[in-house]
Design a protein around this ligand. Structure first.
Ligand code: AMP
Ligand code: MG
Length: 424
C-alpha cells in the first residue's frame, strides 16, 4: 500500500512551511488591520484620558462644601455655570458654588469631587432643561456629602504618556483597534496579508453563472478554498478554470505568479491527465506528491521560480472534500505563517465516538464530524453522514475532523477520539 514517497502529515507540513516566511510590514489604516499581526510596538504620546474628568453627569463641587449634607439637611450651592464634554471651564469653582457638568467633561479648576444628579434635588425636580423652555438653574441642593475625588476619572488612568500600550507581534482584536484609535493612530504597521492565487483545473468544470451542461459540474473548489483563504486572513484571487492541457494550465498559472502562493485543485491524482504535475515538473520544481492521510493523499507541492524568487504552489486534490481538508491542514498554516501569526493551530479536544470510524489502509483519517458538548460537560463526536471525498455536504455539516491515527484500524463506539475543532 505504501509508496516510498508517501510522507506523514507532519513531514508534509514542515516541508511546506519551510518555503514560507513572514511577509514584510506595511502601513494599513486601522480599519483594515483587524486580525493582522502588529509589526511595531505602539506607545502613547499622551495620557488617556488627557485630563481629569467627570465619570457622571452631576455637579462639580468642592468636597469640603458638602460636609454633612443629607436628604433632610441639604447643602445649597450656587450654580456658577454648565460644562459639556469637549469644553474647558473658564474660571474656577469657588467655595459655595458648583458647576453643572456632563460625563467626560474636564474637571473645572478648584472642584475636587462630582455629585451625581441622583444625589441632588435635580433627581426629583428634573434637569434644568427638562420640559418646556430651558431654565438655567441658579442653585442646587446637595443631598449627600461627597468625598474628595468622588466620580473623577484621573488623567492617564487608562494609559500613561510614554507607556508601551500594544506590543509588536500582537494579533489585533477589536478592542486593540479601539485602543489604537484612542491613541490617535489612523495607520498602523502590520505584516502584509498574503495574496493567494487560486486556479481550478478540469475540462468538466463550469463557473457559477454559466449554464449547466451534460457531463459538466460547477467549480466549487475555487469558492470553498477562496473562502478558507479569506478566513485565514489572506487575500484570495481566483484565476478561473484551466482545461486539462499543459498549455492551458501553464498559461493560466502565469497569471498567478505575482501572488505569494499558488493553489491549484485537481490534476494531481493517478489516472488523471496529471497536468499539474507535468507543468510543475516542466516549469518549476516538485517537492513531494503523496501524504499519508485520507482524504487528500494525492497532494502536490512545489515552487515556480520567477525573478529571483520562488512562488510556492500547493496542488490540492480535485475532490471537493479532499481539497478543503488539505487546504485546512497545509494552506491555512502557510497563510498564517506569512501573516506572522504564531498560534495558528486549531484547538483539539478528546470526544467520545458515537459512531464507529474506520481506517482501511493505514493512512490518517480526517472524518467529518459534529462535536457536541453534552449536558454533563463531556464532548461527543458523530459523523456527518457518508464520508466520500466527493460529498461536499459532509464537510458543510461538520464542525470538526475526528482523527483516526495511521496505526488504528477503527475507533469503536464509546472510544475516545481526537477532534480538531474547525470553528473554535
Ligand atoms: P481529479 O483530481 O482531476 O481527478 O478530480 C477528482 C474529482 O474532483 C473529479 O470528480 C472532479 O470532477 C472533481 N473536481 C475537480 N475539480 C473540481 C472543482 N474545482 N470543483 C468541484 N469538483 C472538482
Ligand atoms: Mg481532473
Amino acid at each position: 500500500m505504501d509508496s516510498p514517497d508517501m510522507i506523514s502529515v507532519e513531514d508534509a507540513l514542515e516541508r511546506i512551511l519551510s518555503y514560507f516566511e513572514r511577509l514584510e510590514p506595511e502601513s494599513q489604516p486601522i480599519t483594515e488591520a483587524l486580525g493582522q499581526v502588529l509589526a511595531e510596538d505602539v506607545g502613547a504620546d499622551f495620557d488617556i484620558p488627557p485630563l481629569d474628568n467627570t465619570a457622571m453627569d452631576g455637579y462639580a463641587v468642592i468636597a469640603g462644601d458638602t460636609t454633612g449634607a443629607s436628604e433632610s439637611g441639604p447643602v445649597r450651592l450656587s450654580v456658577a455655570g454648565e460644562l459639556a464634554a469637549g469644553y474647558l471651564y473658564e474660571g474656577s469653582v469657588a467655595s459655595g458654588s458648583a458647576v453643572r457638568i456632563m460625563t467626560g467633561a474636564p474637571m473645572p479648576d478648584g472642584a475636587d469631587a462630582v455629585v451625581p444628579f441622583e444625589e441632588t434635588d435635580e433627581a426629583s425636580t428634573g434637569s434644568a432643561s427638562g420640559g418646556g423652555a430651558p431654565q438655567p438653574r441658579t442653585e442646587v441642593q446637595i443631598l449627600k456629602a461627597a468625598k474628595p475625588g468622588a466620580n473623577i476619572r484621573r488623567a492617564g488612568e487608562d494609559v500613561h504618556k510614554g507607556d508601551m500600550v500594544i506590543p509588536k507581534n500582537t494579533t489585533l482584536n477589536a478592542a486593540q483597534i479601539g485602543v489604537l484609535a484612542s491613541l490617535g493612530k489612523a495607520q498602523v504597521r502590520v505584516y502584509r496579508r498574503p495574496t493567494v492565487a487560486i486556479l481550478s483545473t478540469g475540462d468538466e468544470l463550469l463557473d457559477v453563472g454559466e449554464e449547466i451542461a451534460p457531463g459538466k459540474i460547477y467549480d466549487s473548489n475555487a469558492y470553498s478554498v477562496a473562502s478558507m483563504v479569506r478566513e485565514a486572513g489572506g487575500i484570495p484571487r481566483r484565476l478561473g478554470i484551466a482545461s486539462d492541457t499543459v498549455e492551458a494550465l501553464s498559461a493560466k498559472l502565469r497569471e498567478g505568479l505575482d501572488a505569494d502562493m499558488l493553489i491549484t485543485s485537481a490534476g494531481v491524482s493517478r489516472g488523471d491527465f496529471d497536468v499539474v504535475k507535468d507543468v510543475l515538473a516542466k516549469e518549476g520544481e516538485i517537492d513531494f506528491w503523496t501524504v499519508r492521510m485520507k482524504p487528500g493523499k494525492p497532494l502536490a507541492f512545489g515552487a515556480f521560480p520567477i525573478e529571483g524568487r520562488k512562488v510556492p504552489h500547493i496542488g490540492l486534490p480535485g475532490n471537493p472534500v479532499s481539497s478543503m481538508v488539505t487546504f485546512e491542514l497545509f494552506g491555512r498554516a502557510a497563510v498564517h505563517k506569512m501573516l506572522g501569526k504564531p498560534d495558528w493551530e486549531r484547538p483539539r479536544i478528546s470526544a467520545i465516538a458515537k459512531e464507529r470510524i474506520t481506517n482501511t489502509d493505514g493512512r490518517r483519517v480526517y472524518a467529518r464530524a459534529i462535536v457536541t458538548k453534552e449536558p454533563d460537560g463531556t464532548y461527543t463526536a458523530s459523523l456527518t453522514g457518508p464520508q466520500g471525498s466527493g460529498i461536499l455536504t459532509s464537510m458543510a455539516l461538520a464542525n470538526a475532523f475526528a482523527i483516526v491515527p495511521e496505526d488504528v484500524s477503527a475507533i469503536e463506539i464509546g472510544d475516545d477520539v481526537e477532534c480538531l475543532l474547525l470553528d473554535g
